[in-house]
Design a protein around this ligand. Structure first.
Ligand SMILES: Cc1cc2nc3c(=O)[nH]c(=O)nc-3n(C[C@H](O)[C@H](O)[C@H](O)COP(=O)(O)OP(=O)(O)OC[C@H]3O[C@@H](n4cnc5c(N)ncnc54)[C@H](O)[C@@H]3O)c2cc1C
Length: 392
């Protein structure tokens, strides 16, 4: 029997995990507008923390791992200048530069016989493309979606970005100990995330500012060069993050290279991830349909969770027709998780609720409470419970 044909648009976290999981049972074609080498030498894209449930899924589908990435074991949390606690994660997390991870996986998939077409799929090509496949998956990331998936109004309260995202990959910052992610909240202005990561240039420290638009941290707009970015980050650390500044070696402090910085902003929005086009099922997976602010570091984890659920759905329907029913099943499997992560993430962009402030203060004197907060990032359901059900 002929294998069913699946077209996957985009070779990011969602598209790549889908390709690995589906390639043995189906005839998979990947669409992307760059060769692996162009991805490898492009600009940074994310801070890409993969928490342990995502790493477990990548292992399940035999995706290439990177053992040399710094092992992220803890979450350090400070409020203003006050260090509150260090929570221990249940399992180690990693951050591997997406340019490195994506290009490696693309090369590997092609070697394993997955079809690759170098093209940027245009919105008006979707109809024609759908006709050549039994299923088309839009995993084109935050520039999507390509087809007109309807917006889920109840999960999409914003009309504009809630943060400016300012990211640089730096050399010359001594890591926090024990090694982990450090989060500093500056009430009314935003957050700073410090993340140890692996790149082609070796180990780096990611400095990631989430600035409230027009607030005190939103000062990178005029920055147009790597050198200006370095200078602005240096004064930002000196003026607002003295603890990080105390770990900077001023002689070595520099971006890993001239493509290692990024400024962006996303308007969070959730779409219903299925529709029929001329009799072909089209599904969405990852940021194209489930787009959140990076403040909770959940985008890759949501993309990976939903990609696994999509795999399970397609295997369950392997021998039957692929129609709207399959889309409804996929959405009913993923909707609870997407709703929890979205509501938690959206709440994090607002003022911190008083009962959460109390939990953070309690964690300063209670290691178990600190660990439980660290686990929010691995199991967003727990964060959602803490924010909305107050079961603590
Ligand atoms: C500043 C920042 C920090 C972040 N930090 C974290 C974090 O710490 N942890 C975390 O889990 N998430 C984080 N995220 C989010 C995370 O990076 C994304 O959620 C994740 O990469 C989504 O995966 P994806 O496969 O949906 O999209 P992507 O990884 O963006 O991949 C989409 C792919 O589709 C391609 N594409 C786009 N349009 C087309 C087209 N028309 N035709 C063909 N190909 C196309 C793109 O080039 C890309 O290869 C962060 C995001 C930002 C912006």
């Amino acid at each position: 029997m002929m294998k069913k044909r699946i077209g996957i648009i985009g070779t990011g976290t969602a598209g790549l995990q889908l390709a690995y999981s589906l390639k043995n049972d189906f005839d998979v074609t990947l669409f992307h507008y760059e060769e692996p080498d162009e991805v490898r030498h492009g600009r940074i894209r994310s801070t890409q923390v993969h928490f342990h449930p995502t790493l477990d899924r990548e292992q399940r589908f035999q995706m290439p791992g990177t053992d040399t990435a710094p092992s992220i074991q803890t979450i350090h949390f400070s409020m203003g200048q006050q260090k509150l606690f260090v929570g221990k994660l249940a399992g180690a997390a990693t951050s591997v530069d997406q340019r490195m991870a994506y290009s490696k996986a693309m090369d590997d998939l092609v070697q394993q016989g997955v079809n690759f077409r170098k093209t940027r799929v245009a919105r008006d090509e979707i109809h024609a493309l759908a006709e050549s496949f039994d299923l088309l998956i839009d995993s084109s990331g935050k520039s999507g979606p390509l087809p007109a998936f309807p917006v889920e109004a109840g999960l999409s309260p914003f009309l504009a970005p809630q943060r400016k995202c300012i990211v640089g990959y730096f050399k010359g910052v001594a890591p926090v100990e024990p090694e982990g992610i450090s989060i500093t909240v500056v009430p009314g202005a935003g957050e700073m995330f410090e993340i140890p990561a692996l790149t082609e240039q070796g180990a780096v420290t990611i400095l990631f500012i989430e600035a409230l638009p027009e607030g005190m941290l939103d000062v990178f707009k005029p920055v147009k060069s790597a050198q200006a970015f370095e200078e602005q980050m240096k004064s930002m650390l000196r003026d607002h993050f003295p603890e990080i500044y105390s770990r900077v070696d001023l002689d070595r402090f520099a971006l890993a290279n001239e493509t290692s910085y990024l400024q962006t902003a996303v308007t969070p929005v959730v779409h219903r991830p299925y529709l029929m086009l001329n009799g072909t099922l089209v599904l969405g997976c990852g940021d194209s349909v489930f787009l959140g602010d990076p403040i909770t570091g959940q985008g890759c984890n949501t993309a990976s969770y939903c990609a696994e659920q999509l795999y399970e759905t397609l295997i369950a329907y392997k021998e039957s027709a692929w129609d709207e029913k399959v889309g409804i099943d996929y959405w009913s499997r993923t909707r609870p998780y997407v709703a929890e992560v979205t509501e938690w993430t959206n709440a994090m962009t607002g003022p911190m609720p008083e009962h959460i402030v109390q939990m953070l203060l309690k964690a300063a004197a209670d290691q178990q409470a600190a660990d439980q907060i660290a686990h929010w990032f691995e199991q967003p359901k727990k964060a959602h419970e803490a924010f909305f059900q107050q079961t603590y």
